[in-house]
Design a protein around this ligand. Sequence first.
Ligand SMILES: [Zn+2]
Length: 697
Amino acid sequence: MIHRVELGVLRVDAALRSVPVLTVRQLTSSLRSLAVALSAGLACIPIAHAAEGAGSPRDAAAFVFSVPRSAAAVAADCAAMLADLRRVQARLAQGSEPPTVALLAEFDAMTRREEDTLGPLGLLAAVSPRKAIRDAADACEREHDAFVARFLQDAPIHARLQQVNPADDIDRRYLREVLDDFEDAGVALPVDRQQRVRGLREDITGLTQRFERRLREDRTRLSFTAAELDGVPGDVWRHAPRDAQGRFRLDLAQATVFPLLDNATRAATRERMWRAFMSQGGPENIQTLAALARARRELAQQFGFESYADFVLRRRMVRSESQAQSFLVTVKDAVRQRELSDLAELRAEKARHLHQSIDDTVIQRWDVAFYSERLRRARYAVDQEQFRAYLPPEASLRLAFALAARLLGVSVEPLAQRQALWHRDARGYSVTDTRTKALLGTLFVDLYPRADKFNHAAVWSFRNASTLAARRPAAALVVNFNRQGLTLDELETLLHEFGHALHSLLSNTRYAAQGGTNVPLDFVEAPSQMLEDWAYDPQVLALMAPLCRSCPVLSAERLARALAARDFGKGIQFSRQHLYARYDLALHGRDSTEPLALWTRMEADTPLGSVSGTRFPAGFEHIASGYAAGYYGYLWSLVIAEDLRTAFAADRLDVQVGRRYRETVLEQGGQVAPEELLRRFLGRDTDSRAFFESLGK
Ligand SMILES: [Zn+2]
């Protein structure tokens, strides 16, 4: 069964910049199963079966995305799915024969049925321009959650599963995961506790949705005069709506906020925007977060754990909260000096800029992005805005496709027949093996911002590979780029997200629940983080020439400066990531604590201190969602990403290494433990040497 996964860069803070982040939402955070995605049978389509069962992947057709016409259609499809799942549940519980691995195949069929409906719905909840559709999709998720919570407490089914004799390591791992899901759902608990667990899971889903909805439907706009926007690129604000005084009313989308914080010469402008951005979600979301932390702690206690972190981390690479904490301590030691020296440079730059003495100069949080950019321009002559002319959005996407063709041997082509998708900006592509021409998967891309659309960057791996059903995956890449072109930062984001899409689309797993990005949460970012560096490789950028004849060429020298500029400020970025990770573990640790007070205390204990009146946790979507107690995973998987890069050190386009990577890592999805995948690919155990070396640079 299912995982519902949204992978993406959630740049919660301008200071994060090159450290992308992801959102994984699982239905029940440790119920891997229950999470995912069904596809939308939504009224119009013959649900999942379109592309399945055709015998061989070669025969399979690209996935047909069916967009529901109404909220009623969503509800009807959801009801049909639940009816199907209940029928399977009844059948599974009976069975008189001793169960065989065929039982696992039945579980896989359930996962696929869930994906068929929930997959597209999960995506539509984030990108549909129609609120009624988004709300109906959320309602379906809640109903499905409730089903799963009961299903995983079904003792007769659990007992049958326990009798299955796995035939090989893949079956063994899948069986173990399914049994873990039952255990984490409370199958072994007394009835009263089971009931409480279901109630808590239901509360958690409802609270998470409420938290996310407040952010998605936030209509905050700030008014600025043209003079107040001095320094900010015109395309960010000139077309914004005006208020009665003719001022420009700017929203809080990243495509607005980040260029403003990077470029606005007036500190008051940056401060006002920064404060608004850091207060999204409002006091209501702080209360919701408090309720979430309480519900999660009580959930863990039902299973005899003192903290939610201990309860969920035992299923991850890191294994325990204490190991996550000791990892963070090691990182802290390595970045502290670097953060202080970065900040000293910013302070000196501010003093120079304002012609004042350094003793009178204080760096505020809304100064960090601005002075970092100034230093990058002065020292490295790198101005992110100037890259847009080199990187038109469509050509940049084709560049990512060309990279996949070269390195991994796959062709990405627009679907021959245009499907009606959720919005006219959305596009569909088929992904095939260049040599055999076999269809590998279907990719959807939604490039530009619009009202009510998910406003970060993410991939929905909403349909997964299952060799049992000759089923090929489908994934949607959702970003919000400026139509004028990308900065190099954004090209990095694009490659990061494309990395998630490839992980999903190239996987060739036996069970859908182990397809692509259905890997432990503290591993899932690694393949994407690895690819970010490809954005600075002249060989990679050279692939652009045949794709865009009119685009100017980025020189190797300029790319090298851009890379050095990116690495400036790493101390500040990693410290921020580190703070987020520690905060997340503290909020989900043993002691109950008020989220805002905890944040204020922890942020105050950093060199830049805390800013009164802001409430960052109210917009910290990761920890409201399935990333709870998992934020450390960004740094953890970065350690792995740095290690993966060592295999490409001589040549990032090495065809042999690329194929080996595709076969040993991407194709295996979650059916092999990450430690073992890494051993097979690297020829040794993974280690943190490359990561700490990179910090020293
Ligand atoms: Zn990611």
